[in-house]
Design a protein around this ligand. Structure first.
Ligand code: 13P
Ligand code: 13P
Ligand code: MG
Ligand code: MG
Ligand code: MG
Length: 364
């Protein structure tokens, strides 16, 4: 029997401002998922949080895009939103674009990453949850896990990884997709995914078609048609035995790469890997964070998690990220701290530009 891992996340209100999801909201999500466990919709679940985003990590045997599972997640978020409104939390119901569930959570605001697989004799599954950034933030670390031999020793020395992986890339602006093989088409892949705001890795498979990774690619602002917050993505990664080792999956995050998001979803800044307890983006509403949770999936049950970045070996990364934050903050409203003009289209800036438009006059 196959097991499905579904990670569905949303920001439904936080304290103070966009910092942290209120614990009561997580308790309500826990209650709703527990009911789904009792009625057999879910096999297991774990409720986590990164900043103001609540991450529902769920296992079941119903496959991807299952209506009951998606409805469970949406109901949890809607019920918790009621409490968020009572507490007048900031951005109560922020990522829920509709009051009624309509069959599939896609396009309704929350981010979704799902994968179905036949469990191996031992199946380590890692979940990464971000805040104050966008889906393209995973492009570099996912590329490095599955295609960079300087990150993943197994690509070179382990025959079960030596053939490489297939990458599915979404063009989130033109709504098209392409599959590229690595290492054969590595330069083509990099030509696309270096543009993190447009080309986003959605899935990675082994060459034999076995699923290796799935990433949420929903772009909230494109769905809502206005700025309502950043898309704060999640990713699922399978590790060991034919996939990169656990340590090869976390090592890309030892480099605090630049991602877009941060304050008002309008700034570039360093990605800081943190423990669940330190997933509190406070300085200038950031810098952007990523939490890593390591599970063993056993007959649909989630064993764990290990809090993957709760390791002093990541302290220098966090220090470096804090230093980069200080450096780039000195640019204030200037690029490259502020996002380039085409990305600012999806923020609150067009409102200011409209007002300025009538002041412009043609030059000869
Ligand atoms: P252990 O000897 O600790 O099991 O380590 C095995 C390994 O391959 C680590 O990458
Ligand atoms: P979130 O997407 O995390 O709500 O961030 C919104 C924002 O504008 C932070 O400054
Ligand atoms: Mg928010
Ligand atoms: Mg958020
Ligand atoms: Mg957001």
């Amino acid at each position: 029997m196959k097991t499905t891992v579904s990670v569905i996340k949303a920001d439904i209100g936080s304290v103070s401002g966009h910092c942290v999801a209120h614990p009561e909201l997580m308790d309500i999500c826990d209650e709703v998922l527990n009911e789904a466990l009792e009625t057999g919709i879910l096999k297991d679940y774990y409720v986590s949080r990164c900043g103001d985003d609540i991450d529902l990590i769920m296992t079941h045997d119903k496959g991807e895009e299952n209506e009951e599972v998606h409805k469970t997640a949406y109901s949890a978020f809607m019920k918790a939103t009621e409490r968020a409104r009572e507490l007048k939390l900031y951005g109560a119901g922020q990522d829920l674009l509709s009051d009624t569930f309509s069959g599939n959570i896609k396009g309704m605001g929350p981010g979704v990453a799902e994968m179905e697989f036949e469990e191996r004799p031992s199946d380590p599954v890692l979940v990464f949850c971000c805040d104050k950034t966008e889906p393209g933030a995973f492009n570099m670390p996912i590329f490095r896990m599955f295609a960079d031999p300087f990150n993943t020793a197994g690509l070179v020395i382990d025959p079960s990884l030596h053939d490489g992986f297939k990458f599915e890339v979404f063009d989130v602006i033109e709504h098209r997709k392409v599959i590229l093989n690595c290492p054969e088409e590595m330069y083509d892949l990099l030509a696309l995914i270096g543009s993190t705001g447009r080309y986003v890795i959605k899935r990675v498979w082994k060459k034999n078609g076995e699923i290796a990774s799935a990433i949420s690619t929903e772009r909230l602002n494109l769905m809502a048609g206005e700025y309502v917050g950043k898309d704060d993505p999640v990713a699922i990664v399978r590790a060991q035995s034919g996939f990169p080792a656990n340590g090869e999956c976390v090592d890309p995050f030892a480099f605090p790469h630049m991602v877009s998001g941060w304050m008002r979803g309008s700034h570039n800044g360093p990605m800081m890997p943190v423990s669940e307890a330190e997933a509190n983006p406070i300085r200038f509403d950031g810098p952007p964070r990523v939490v890593g949770l390591g599970f063993q999936v056993a007959n649909g049950e989630l064993i764990g998690p290990v809090d993957l970045f709760d390791d002093p070996a990541f302290d220098p990364t966090r220090e470096q990220a804090a230093k980069i934050a200080t450096y780039i903050r000195r640019h204030g409203p200037f690029e490259p701290h502020r996002l380039p003009a085409e990305e600012m289209e999806y923020t609150s800036l067009p409102g200011v530009m409209t007002k300025l438009e009538e002041r412009f006059e043609d030059m000869e």
